[in-house]
Design a protein around this ligand. Sequence first.
Ligand code: GLU
Length: 417
Amino acid sequence: MTQHPNAWHNALSQLDAVAAKIGLESHIHARLRQPKRSLEVSIPVVMDDGSEQIFTGFRVQHSLDRGPAKGGMRYSPLVNEDEVKALAMWMTWKCAVVSIPYGGAKGGVACDPKALSQSELERLTRRFTTELLPIIGPEKDIPAPDMGTNAQVMAWIMDAYSSHAGFSVRGVVTGKPLSIGGSAGREEATGRGVAITTREMARRAGITLAGASVVIQGYGNVGRAAAQILSKEFSCRIVGVSDARGGFYNPRGLDIAQIGRDMTTHGALPAQIDAERVAGDEFLQLPCDILIPAALENQITTQNAAKICPKMLVEAANGPTTPEADLILRDNDVVVVPDILANAGGVTVSYFEWVQGRDEYFWAADEVNRRLERIMVNACNEVGTIADREKVDLRLAAYISGVGRVAEAIRVRGIYG
Ligand code: GLU
């Protein structure tokens, strides 16, 4: 029987691989194999019909070694402690790879946000925030949007936290609406980072971006922004897009602008697109130059990896490829651009938002994008240089960079007590 891959086991095995490669001291390795802090809470919510329902929520802080913990809040029926632990660990490496002064965290509530009304979602969020009061805060742990949450949810978190503090605490979350201290460019930042990383790593791999065919799995905030920027600014041909209900394929290229307009109206991929419908697993096997998984973890496994052969795979999602599938892709010469580099644009602009809030001085969108560009290009260059020097793939190179920075922080800080 095939076992469903476990994200936490995958994250540990990635850490173990880099620890062996760089000869990481065993005490630092052991520290990094465990989250610093993990809180599970029960969240009682009064539903619209007057009944009371208990939801389970988590916040895991994997590392505080380089600064306050940072990472998103996920609302999804699949949320569980191991998933949140893995996502928190990946945040630690991600912040270190782009060299922003944060540790890693993640939170989540096991719920189906689509099945909840706006007011149920609001009550759930406010109560969840209250349960997390002892561990979150602008100097401690700063949540942001992730799958199933958005700027509105961040506004509720900020409001609930601020009500307890007695004054407005903007820096407790990022990804807020602009009207309460959000940053220009934050909404599309993860997608923009994916596009920049795609461009940099394509150049390195000798792939011409103009006209390159791109398939994107998942058309949420990240997939959609990446599609728009890759097609409009970098002249790529987006040939496939999908959501949880299935995908569309048109080798001549899809009309991304029209799909975007339809999505704004309907909130989902339109039912009718000038394209062939493609089901589930077949979607990832579509012929293309660049494949961008932008949905969930564990999409590329030993079950399908051998049939997935783009020239380059750019991980916009967190953890879309299992370590075993990674080896298969490597054997097939697929250039894999790892999540901890490819999707770091979101948390980078979160950092800008936090900095702007502390300064009470807000930058224009072009300023945000210029700074994002610089950080992403630097990180791509660093990871590429390590890959060449150590003769390793881009994932291991990114881990050498990220884990190396965290280990150095632990070394220099030493142990208290
Ligand atoms: N949820 C996003 C991620 O996985 C953003 C996290 C943040 O901005 O703190 O990277």
